[in-house]
Every structure is written in C-alpha cells, then in structure tokens.
Design a protein around this ligand. Sequence first.
Ligand SMILES: [Zn+2]
Length: 480
Amino acid sequence: MEMEPVIGLEIHAQLNTRTKLFCSCPTEFGAEPNTNVCEVCTGQPGALPRMNALAVELAAKAGLALGARVNGRSLFSRKNYFYPDLPNGFQTSQLDPPVCEGGGLGIAADDGSAKRVRLNRIHMEDDAGKCVHDERRGITLVDLNRAGTPLIEIVTEPDISSSREAVEFLRKLHGLLVRLGVTRGRMEEGEFRCDVNVSLRPRGSSRLGVRGEIKNLNSFRFVGQAIDYEIRRQSGVYAAGGQVLQETLHFDSAKGETRSLRSKEEAHDYRYFPQPDLPPVQVSPELLERLRAELPESPEEAAARLLGLGLKDGQARLLLERRGALEYFDRAHAAGASPQRLAALMEELFLPFCQREGAGPLDSPFAPGLMASLAGLAGDGTLGRRKIQELSERLFREGLDPARVVREQGLAQISDEGELYELARQVVEAHPGESAKYRQGQEKILSFLVGKMMKLSAGRAEPRRAGELLKEAIARGGEG
Ligand SMILES: [Zn+2]
C-alpha cells in the first residue's frame, strides 16, 4: 500500500520584548545564571504576575499578518507539570480561548501548485528555565534566567506533505515574523524553534495515522532531516507489518536519527485550569486598528510586487526569506537602481557574502545607496560582470563607493571602439598561429584569443565585444 506523510508544526517564537511576560526582569540572552530573576519568575509564594502589554500587541500583530482572527478577550491557564526548571510547578499558557485562531500562510506545494497551510491557533505562554547537566561532577544545575520569557506558539493544521514543504513554510514564517518585529528569530539562541508531528496514512485516505512528535528543533536543516528520517522509520514499521506507536521523540542531529523520549502511556495529564492570578487578556478594537495600520505588506503582496518589478521567482523568494534582504532591496531600489540588476547582484554576490560573514544585509558597511551605484555601473557597461565579481568582496567588506573605486583605479570598461579594435589587432599580431587556425575554421581558438585580449586590457574589455572585434581583426589580417 502506498503511504503519504501528514505533517503538522508547532512553532515557538520568542516575542521581541525587553522584559519577561509577567515581571520586569530582562529577557537578554547570555547573562550570568540566575541574575535576571525575581520573586515572580522564580515562583515565590504570594508573588503576583503582571501582564506585559507589548507581548499582547506582538501576538496580535502576528495573528493579523497571518490572516488569523484576533480574539478581543482570551484567557491564561495553568498547565501543570513538574520539572526542575519550572519553578511554579505549572506553565502559564493559553488553552481556550487563545489570543488568535485560524489564518494561514501560502507556500508552493511539491507539485508546484500554490498551497495554503492553515493555522489552528496562536497562543501566548511563558518559557521554562534551563537545566545544565554537569556530567563531570554528576550534578544538574538550574538557570532560571529564561523562565518567564514570552513566547507565542503557532499551531498549524496537518496540511504539510513533505520535509521540503515544511522547511519552506518555516522559512517564510520566520522571515515574516522577523520583518514584523514580532520576534528577533535568532534560532541559535532558541528564539525560534519547532515541534514536528509526522504520521503516515494510505494515500488518498482522510483518516490521520498515529503520529510521532519530534521536539524542539532549532534549525531548518534539522527539521528537514528529522522529518525525512521519521518518514523512513515509520514506513519501515508499516512495511514490516508493525504498528507505529504514539511517541514523543528527540532528534539526535549528530546521528541524524530520532529516538523515543516517552510513549503515550507516559504522556502528561496537564490538568489545565484557569490562572486565577491574571485577568482576561483584552485586545481592543482601537488597538487592532492601529496594529492593522502598522502592518507591512504581506508576503503574498510583497512577492507579487517583486514579480511585477521583473524579478525571478527564486529571487523574490530569497528576498522574502533572508532577514533584512527585502528592506535592503527596497532602499537600494528607492535610490534609483534597476530592480532586476539589483536582484541579480544581491542573489549572486551580496547575499552569499552576507551569509559567509554571518551578518544581516542592513548591518553591512556596503549601504543600499552604494549597491544602487554598483547596479548603475553594471547597467551602463562601466563595469563588466567579471570585474564586479573581482571587486565585490572588497567593496562589500570595506563599504567602498564603487564609482570612486572605478575612477581612482581606472577600472572602467573600455567603451571606445577604436581603442578596443587596436587591442584586438595587437592580440592577432602577437598570435599569428592561432589567428591562422581560426581562419581555417577552428572556432574554439577564439576563446584563447579573447583571454589574451582580456589580459591585455587588464580586464577592461567586455568579453563578447572583444570576440567580435577579434574576428574582425583576423578577417582583416591583423591590419589596422
Ligand atoms: Zn522576574
């Protein structure tokens, strides 16, 4: 029987606030253990939580941007379980009603068609602390700096059919939330992480199979690997006539495989009940209106706008996925650059450079205005493709003005036809053997001569034009 994968995601995004969800302790990362704590976030008896208003705004903003319904009134509940890094003995989360319900995000399906991954809900909750296992000393230390950090959990419907679709959805969602300022999205600091539910069912069936839930993946690559591994594992179980068990799994990224953390029998019974210490969360119509007005264009709108500017599909997607790339593009475009030329420079040179450097485009010393100037020099033929490639690393790293570099170093492509023909003539004269071979029909030899001409011109000839002029010079027997 042919089986198809059914995948749903639960994404945790840390909200971009300075302080925690229910107290005024800072959310900064990397502080000395247990220094950003108070009586509220360490769960002292009698301490009362106070709602962070910005967190509510950010959660509502995420919902609006994702086409969800934002509830005017939602509630916090206590989700009870015991864990050493959970000082209250419960997590403060939202069961019913959550802050947002419904919504969705469009992606390209594996068959190339457009597909919308529906959202079930978005709810707010606080994060737990962290256990640090010191194996050498055989002890476990608890750091509560992270306890009480505000999160939203975004729960999708099981609308995803492959690892590729899951990763595209996550990249898009991440890009959108970062652009909105809802989260800073630094995955290496755990600000954007994901649980993945994977099950298999007979192709065409509408029934859901038994699922494995892989916890806490914090890179797009691991999400893809974990899903592919889990699909293979479950297929193997069914093929051998077995039954897949409902399990919570951990993905071991070093081994590239999942392993069981606990089975359904050991699943928690959280005994949710309303959190009596917090009033209902209110989102007023006025607040919604203001947030709606502040909303940037949606990914669909942005993609349509970029395609309208003549960008290729992949370029538009790249600009939407890379943090800061669309803003950078828009600023350079506003400074007068041709959108297509700009997109090509960013795709081929600038974004790969930023990625190698591990920095965002907007943090680069090579400001959008300089990129516009570089696109201009490419457009009017002053700088050839090869020359730009050669210069790019230095320009980007040092934030140099390309027009000035061209002027000071005399790098401009030679546009004077007479000057170019003279170079071609010299090359033909210096290589009579090769020129004769070309005349006898060995056309491939031309690229050798073009290479010589590029060298003679110090890279300032345009290769295609050089080829044409060389042919002309050969036809005229190397005469001036
Ligand atoms: Zn605190």
